[in-house]
Design a protein around this ligand. Sequence first.
Ligand SMILES: Cc1ncc(COP(=O)(O)O)c(C=O)c1O
Length: 377
Amino acid sequence: MLEAIVDLACVGLAKIRKHAERTIWRWFEFFPVEDRASIVTLGEGYTPLIAPRRLAEALGLPRLLLKNDSALPTASLKDRSNAVGISRARELGFDTAAVISTGNAAASVAAYAAAAGLKSIVMVPAGTETSKIIQAAAYGAIVVVVEGSFDNEVARLYREALQEFAWYDCLSSNPYRNEGKKSYAYETLDQMDGAVPDWVIHPTAGGAGICAMWKGWGELQALGCTKKSPRLVAAQSAAAAPIVAAFENRLERVAPVAAKPTVAESIQVGNPAALGDRALAALRASKGAAVALSDEEILSAQSLLARRAGIFAEPAAAISVAAAKKLAETGTIQKDETVVCNITGHGLKQPSAVQVVNAALKPIAPTLDALEQRIRK
Ligand SMILES: Cc1ncc(COP(=O)(O)O)c(C=O)c1O
């Protein structure tokens, strides 16, 4: 698998510090885009890094931080990668961008393609939440819903289509787009005024985020901006946890599993392909961890995050909070350690995951009596 390598000797840190912009492009020199004029941006990056006091109390982790990527332009972490990937597509002269997706990448590719003036074709497995399909279609993508699972039928058709048509591949096999998620490392260090968190927990599907963060922290170390890197944690749904299985069983390589249904739809990937092995190596090199969470634990974290921190995340994104809770309970994470949970997608992406009591949807008569009755219920 190809990988983009930035020549760190050419990266002028003094220059970066002078860039005032609060987007990932402050770190332009770290990305494989040749010319600033090629940049396609929707203002992505520098998402809020907040200290959620009430949630921290509930988890018994006073130094908990949340990096809220649901605030990105299309409401998921995918904008970090597609801003870079689509900028490069424009530089290379492609006219059509394509991706297969559990929903978030589809919307993100579609949005950046629209901004760049490229066509986009996105394929999603049958059963993908309608709101995600609507979002991609709204940006003008051709959305193709394919019968079968993401790992098997959809992936096979996509590979065949890439052979047939000259599309720009926006999947994680594209080495340019993966570089975008390195921005997590740069921003976190910057937003923490040069301090390094003890742990960073990332909702994990194919492992692209873990690989990119590890690479980003490595670059910062090589440049002397920091002496250490955080310990990285991959949080996966127990229904699709091949990286966790390989980590726990001390395997060298990740073996694909058959993904089962889960509320964490966006990370329901059983076959992480090439990046899975790299992610596994990154977790080990960072002295990190890998945790599988049940749907019950994920939904409970989603509710805790919304009700105690005011952040409505989709289940796949709230899983980092579920992992923090579990690792604190088992003593892997100590009370005095700083933990950053990446919150990678907005709750409105998957509204069906939230149980709304029927009474809440039923209109009341416009009287104080009816209002009082409704409140008491
Ligand atoms: C909400 C959400 N979180 C996290 C991820 C992370 O996936 P990866 O392990 O490929 O970085 C995804 C990818 O589909 C996602 O949609």
